[in-house]
Design a protein around this ligand. Sequence first.
Ligand SMILES: Cc1cc2nc3c(=O)[nH]c(=O)nc-3n(C[C@H](O)[C@H](O)[C@H](O)COP(=O)(O)OP(=O)(O)OC[C@H]3O[C@@H](n4cnc5c(N)ncnc54)[C@H](O)[C@@H]3O)c2cc1C
Length: 432
Amino acid sequence: MKKTFEAIVVGAGPAGAAAALKLARAGVDVALLERGAFAGEKNMFGGLLHRMPALEELFPDFWNRAPLQRHVMKKNLCFMTDEASFTAQYETEAFDREPFNGYTVFRPTYDAWLAEEARRASATYLTRCTVDDVITDSGKVAGVRLLRDGGELRAPVVIAADGVLSFVALKAGLRRPQFNADQMAVGVKALIDLPKAAIDDRFGLVRDQGASVEYVGCTGGVRGGGFLYTNYDSVSVGLVLHIGSLRDSGKTPYDLLNGFLAQPQMAKLLRGGRLLEYSAHVIPEGGYDMVPELAGDGVLITGDAAGFCYATGLNLEGINLAAHSGILAADTVVEARAQGDFSASSLGSYRRKLEQSFVLKDLKLYRRAPKMLHIDRLYEIYPAVLCDFMDRVYRIDGTPKEKLAKLLLNKARQRVTTRELLSDAFTAWRSV
Ligand SMILES: Cc1cc2nc3c(=O)[nH]c(=O)nc-3n(C[C@H](O)[C@H](O)[C@H](O)COP(=O)(O)OP(=O)(O)OC[C@H]3O[C@@H](n4cnc5c(N)ncnc54)[C@H](O)[C@@H]3O)c2cc1C
């Protein structure tokens, strides 16, 4: 087997496959290494694929070629307690027209397709190929060592696209060995089989229309939230739980997930469904403050490996940031190759490209969003206040009413002090 390349990309997720595709299209002799039997074999997400203009540029017909499920045109935010829920829904015909605003996808098919496109563009795509270490020459990354037989592959530049626990970034000395538990979340998901007609009826959809729901108040007080995405004939439903808060609660992800699925309104939505599979994965949720050094001598970091993922409570974005950063890393390698210089200072233009793009701009803009997610009352108390309030608004039982603003304040004061309320409102305001 060939042992030397012009570039090596570790990990064939959305970041790595996009990087390898862009490099191959630019005529770079690139190897794309994936530890799974195929790309996406063990990858999971919620999952909504958002628009990715840089990837769409590589495929003008991206949305027709990629293996997609439903286009999402209904977005819901639901606050829930053990027995009640209050949902705000945004629905627009504009999201029902091309170019669609986002699709649900299955990672095993989507990731495998994108990696195959990189191979078709002439990348050397190797599966069951786990990178165990980086090779250095005079302090510069010069290739990777493989787990299976200790074999080595060499290249003057390596792109780390190996996901949130990036081994390559660690071995290249670009990230610390310990993660901060407050910056990491774990996602647990159940895939539930339901006939297309049942999904269409329950969510008010026709044709290939899809819906998404983000839930607050379904995590037993643990920091995090729930999600539901409609696929063609199944739904993906799960929880994202902050690891530090989960550890302190002593609760387990599967107990919390089972509780969420058993909540009466959830049980109604999912009735008759058959569980197809469970999966779990870690998510970097520290935002801008957890982004590590992005370039070293002979190495660049992309996607989740660089912490390019963020949640505002309304959206969870990761794949679009991964694909965009992969493409910018590839552009940087093409420029460095033209200059014959893969030093950290030459590869430093990668960060500048990211700073000019939505990737670092959005992460910077929402830098304080993780702080809002640390308001513990958001996860049990405020959803209960809202549901108490709605209960009183809609309950007509012959007792005198209160003015709505006063009613809301009274319902809040039954569960939080004025000081806590003001402090939470201030934190939330500053965060977003
Ligand atoms: C529960 C959950 C819900 C989410 N929902 C959404 C959503 O709705 N929308 C959204 O945009 N994002 C979502 N995300 C985030 C999104 O999944 C990630 O941001 C995205 O997958 C990052 O892509 P990546 O290519 O950087 O890393 P990954 O997708 O993790 O890919 C890394 C690849 O590297 C391979 N690899 C790892 N180590 C090695 C090694 N040593 N050698 C060789 N190969 C290796 C892995 O097998 C994998 O294929 C969600 C995440 C989770 C967990």
